[in-house]
Write a new protein. Sequence first.
Length: 162
Amino acid sequence: MNVANGPKTYSEAFSDSYVEQLMAGMMAKNPGEAEFHQAVREVAESVEVVYRKNPEYAKLRVFERMIEPERQIIFRVPWIDDKGEVRINRGFRVEFNSALGPYKGGLRFHPSVYLGIIKFLGFEQIFKNALTTTPIGGGKGGSDFDPRARATWKSCASARRS
């Protein structure tokens, strides 16, 4: 079995638990992202019965394609606080599955935000959009910036102009 890419063949998918093989490969590629791991496991466990009835889905690696983001972007956001100190936060954007259309998903700003949380939220957005029959893919963005701790702020670019 090729752990990093899921089951080696579609028939191998059902020799052991397909979910366990899928999770081993996904966790090896995405270490330390507990929220994303949990979301993938919950969905995989609920669709395993469909895979057993339709082995062609495993052959086409439908679920493996669904859990792999099409795009992940990590970027810095420099800004100046009220005391004139330069601060730097991280920003994230993850986009999943544009098969139905462009990506849709909101932004999360909280000091605990990291790539795994944004991936979890973007993955869940796929299903939210599909269940509401919105013809759009799932995406999510955010930053480890805490807006509640800030009364006013300027971006570094606007501060240079002042």
